[in-house]
Design a protein around this ligand. Structure first.
Ligand SMILES: *Cc1c(COP(=O)(O)O)cnc(C)c1O
Length: 431
């Protein structure tokens, strides 16, 4: 038995399914999870000292790679002065100033401990500001595990084939409407019928939790137009996209300005941190200034804020983004050329440093319905092949893979080579 297997056996005795988050359990890809004891740059090492080139990157936060020296030393230095005060601290002020400086529409920032919490606060704020209750979301988008957002949600629910969750009462989801991504007509229809009851439309502006699905030209524009017309607030959930494509929000790149933005993942550089950002008028509705309550024992935590500050400053200084984008394109290009040549039911969707290898003949994939055409069994075999070759992908067909600043061209070339080795054994597509 390997060390990882021994750990997993112990874990299963005292942790449900052996894991603290369901997608880590490898149930969608088969086999037992590997236990990671150390990471450095683009590489991680398991309990049996196997080395992997990591494309999961803790599911997105590690844009700088593992254990970046700037981030580690910022965390150590903050920790030496105390882990939490439950009182105001200088780090949270610097963090808020930094976010405001990098994101023009983020005049004010409130810090929380996770992306889930950030979204919960953003939607309460939207409901509080509008006096309305309905929320519109998109099928396959994941916004954390709050009750009312587990409707047609992506990520782990999709991976584990769960339509929703037990324990979520009908009443909790009664005010949420889920509609297909990239479908402007469906959204127009909803607004026409119920426009004056909708508090907010929440969207992953580049969808990552059903695998990579990019917004079609005009989709985000339509969201903005419909929200403004009907007095609803537009919420960009940038928990993945924030600081992923440049040292700022995806909104800035898209030219669409949301009313409220949520951040997480990269913003905390690997520490538990989320944030809600918006214009002053909206943010001043939060307690203690306004009537929308929100709180947290560890919110604005100095160690987490220090990690976030160090991460964002390093990203700004190093600007690894063009190189990250190029590496994802190299990887995707290699796979896609081979797939076309051999007529295989596979393609790699890539966008600025993130990618998903989809096992389907359909391309591009525009929404959840189309994503569901993927062959998850072949993905599972592909995942296991890559793991054996020393490449740790996100363990699900319906997730993103992340290039970090630490990945090199040689690593990407070897990953593409290993992937093509698998594809070479795939049957040709049926016509
Ligand atoms: C990961 C994620 C969340 C939830 O963040 P947690 O920190 O896991 O609670 C919310 N929205 C999106 C788009 C995410 O990818």
């Amino acid at each position: 038995m390997t060390e990882s297997q021994k750990l997993f056996q112990r874990a299963c005795k005292h942790i449900p399914g052996g894991v603290n988050s369901p997608v880590r359990a490898f149930r969608a890809v088969g086999g037992d999870p590997v236990y990671i004891k150390r990471g450095s740059g683009a590489r991680i090492y398991d309990a049996d000292d196997n080395e992997y080139i990591d494309f999961c990157g803790s599911w997105g936060p590690l844009a700088l790679g593992h254990a970046h020296p700037d981030v580690v030393s910022a965390v150590i230095s903050a920790a030496k002065d105390g882990l939490s005060f439950g009182a105001c601290n200088p780090y949270e002020v610097e963090f808020a100033e930094l976010i405001s400086g990098l994101v023009p529409h983020a005049e004010m920032v409130r810090m929380v401990n996770s992306g889930t919490e950030a979204v919960m606060t953003a939607l309460r704020l939207a409901r509080g500001c509008t006096g309305r209750s309905r929320i519109v979301k998109f099928d396959g988008c994941y916004h954390g595990h709050a009750d009312y957002l587990l409707v047609s949600a992506g990520s782990g629910l999709l991976t584990n084939s769960m339509p929703a969750s037990l324990g979520v009462p009908e009443s909790a989801v009664a005010e949420v409407i889920s509609t297909p991504y990239n479908d402007v007509a469906a959204l127009e229809d909803i607004f026409q019928k119920e426009g004056d009851t909708i508090a907010a439309v929440i969207v992953e502006p580049v969808a990552g939790n059903m695998g990579l699905v990019v917004p079609e030209p005009g989709f985000l524009e339509a969201l903005r137009r419909l929200c403004s017309k009907h007095g609803a607030l537009l919420v960009f959930d940038e928990v993945i996209t924030g600081f992923r494509f440049h040292a700022g929000a995806y909104a800035t790149l898209s030219g669409i300005t949301p009313d409220i933005t949520t951040f997480g993942k990269i913003a905390g550089g690997g520490m538990p941190l989320g944030a809600i950002a918006a214009g002053r008028q909206i943010m001043e509705q939060l307690a203690p200034l306004g009537q929308v309550y929100q709180a947290g024992t560890l919110s604005g935590n100095p160690v987490a804020a220090a990690a976030g500050i160090a991460t964002l400053n390093a990203l700004r200084r190093l600007n690894p983004y063009p190189a990250m984008a190029e590496l994802a394109d190299v990887f995707a290009g290699g796979i896609n050329r081979f797939a076309v040549e051999k007529q295989l039911n596979v393609h790699c969707a890539a966008y600025k440093g993130i990618f998903t290898v989809f096992f389907t003949g359909r391309s591009p994939l525009r929404n959840l319905e189309e994503v569901k055409s993927c062959d998850t069994g072949t993905f599972a075999a592909f995942f296991r092949h890559m793991l054996k070759r020393g490449f740790y992908l996100s363990p699900s067909q319906f997730e993103l893979n992340f290039i970090s600043a630490a990945h090199t061209r040689a690593e990407i070339d070897s990953a593409a080579e290993a992937a093509i080795e698998f594809l070479a054994d795939m049957p040709k597509m049926k016509d």
